[in-house]
Design a protein around this ligand. Sequence first.
Ligand SMILES: N[C@@H](CCC(=O)N[C@@H](CS)C(=O)NCC(=O)O)C(=O)O
Length: 305
Amino acid sequence: MTDLILHHYPMSPFSEKVRVMLGYTQQPWLSALTREMPPRPLMEQLAGGYRKIPVAQIGADIFCDSRTIAAEIAARSGRPELALENCSAEVQAYVAKVDLDVFFACILAGGSKKLNQKVRQTMSWLDIARFFWDRINMGRKASVKIVGLREARPKALEHIAQVEQRLQQDFLFGPQPNHADFSTYHSLWFIRDLGESRMINSFPKTIAWMDRMKAFGHGMCREIDPQQALEIAKNATPRPIAAEHRTDPLIGKKVRIAPADYGQVPSEGTLAGSTPAQWILAREVKGLGTLHVHFPKPGFMLTPV
Ligand SMILES: N[C@@H](CCC(=O)N[C@@H](CS)C(=O)NCC(=O)O)C(=O)O
């Protein structure tokens, strides 16, 4: 099986969602580190305009958003419950909330001196300034309302109290983890493990569940030079797309696909496939050949060019 390459950075919560999923499934993976903010020229070659992190790569197939990455991990590990589209409507509605509103509440509430110190140890002052400038702009241009600084802490605490109440078994929706556990974990990891905040201390079941999640680790990971990822893409051809996924009237037409919520930079190419859960965009990239870029349908917009 061709290794999965994860393009990520250590402090990225959504990357942590995927790293822990890779640990849980004991999938071997290759780690390609990227910067905390654009410009990311290498990522642009692979994914087009899509600017969020993480992005995964398997040969010449590129997976944008933790959702398509999770679907891939689910298929490779034989654990269908890790793909959100295989979960119940209740779980899907829960994840839609925790991966957006709750995520922002936790990020804003989780800021701490310890986090600042960690940021200072890994980024230059110039990059810190660039980082804040980038995120302020991203927030301003977002098409969804992002929680305000003052509401963030009560909202995060309300969420943690609900998690505490939900935890009647080892995992949030039963005795085994599903997609929702990983979606919930990454924001709380930001608060507890990165920020070293005490916000979660008075929630014992949540702490015990977080420890169980953390114990999955990050699996069998080997760091590569991101340039190697380009070589791998160049030497691979995208996976074939089944005939039943090539029936959409827009197949073969030029389209743009972009997130509908924030960081809405589109990727442009030719629509090559449309499954119930994903769009697949074919992009011709100088020096790399044809790449297939996979996007989830929920939360994304497709516009014919
Ligand atoms: N819906 C996306 C959200 C990804 C996301 O917001 N990632 C953050 C980092 S954790 C990001 O991309 N921030 C802007 C950036 O890194 O440029 C997913 O599930 O992957």
